[in-house]
Design a protein around this ligand. Sequence first.
Ligand SMILES: O=C(O)CCC(=O)C(=O)O
Ligand SMILES: [Fe+2]
Length: 306
Amino acid sequence: MSDAELDTQALMPTDEDIAFYQRNGYYVSKQVLSDELIDAAVEGSERIYRCDYDERFPWSDNPRVDRSFGVPFTDRSRSRTDGYASFHSFGLRALARLPIISAIAAALTGAEEIRYWKDQLIYKPPARESDENEGVTGFHQDKRYWATCKSDRMITAWIPFQDCSTRNGCLVMIKGSHRWRNNHALVTFDEKNMDFIKEKLINTQGDELVEVPMELKRGQVSFHDCYTIHGSYANRSDSPRRALSVHLQDGENRYRNLNFLSSEGPVYQHSHDLVCRKTANGLPDYSDPEIFPTLHPAPGTTGHAG
Ligand SMILES: O=C(O)CCC(=O)C(=O)O
Ligand SMILES: [Fe+2]
């Protein structure tokens, strides 16, 4: 094994870590990211906020794909979420497609193949006294936003760009919540009233609701199952809290068409459906290599030791 391979092995989750992930629905990595990578991601974010894109696509101006396209980020007392950031910034792309992140995702989910699914660049400003809920991310389940995905094995890597604690509004996981059933209402990313979500919407099935803050050092990454309930409270520090969420699909994920359920037009549609290529029968192809590159096994390798 080369030095590089040895280093990678040392950063991977152990069997105990994988069992912990399966039991609790989340995992915190070792320090896997270099300062240079994160510095480039911060710089890339600022370029996105100036609408200075490193690369453009035919859909880069379509507000139906993402409402942040072409909108400069000037009022820094507000929070902001940008989809498709890794398409428009090379610095963010390097982070979103980093081999160690997809290798950890494969180990945790047990999937042989991991493809990119999407990313979200999130800026959480210091909460103002006038609006103490600014920047709250309501407890939600990622999978509820991906009804068009057949897979139940999707996973998210959450990458903060600075140390994170409860003070600056780190991500908070609800322990073991990926195993709870009947939480279909949790499309609540934008809901600011956490107590309402906890008391009225979350079905704990009799378990205790335990919140676990992801207090991470810069360079660490947390991972969560697509059914783990998670969110984040306001930022009580003096500096913005920046993070990139990288959402990943296993190789077996396919588009599923639920629109027969509605006579009102395509209700179950993801913005990706406007962006990716179509299969022979005209449906979105969630293995389109332009939009959903395979990240693991790394291209050009078999992924098997022997
Ligand atoms: O950063 C946040 O507040 C939310 C992130 C999130 O929902 C995710 O990574 O899936
Ligand atoms: Fe999420």
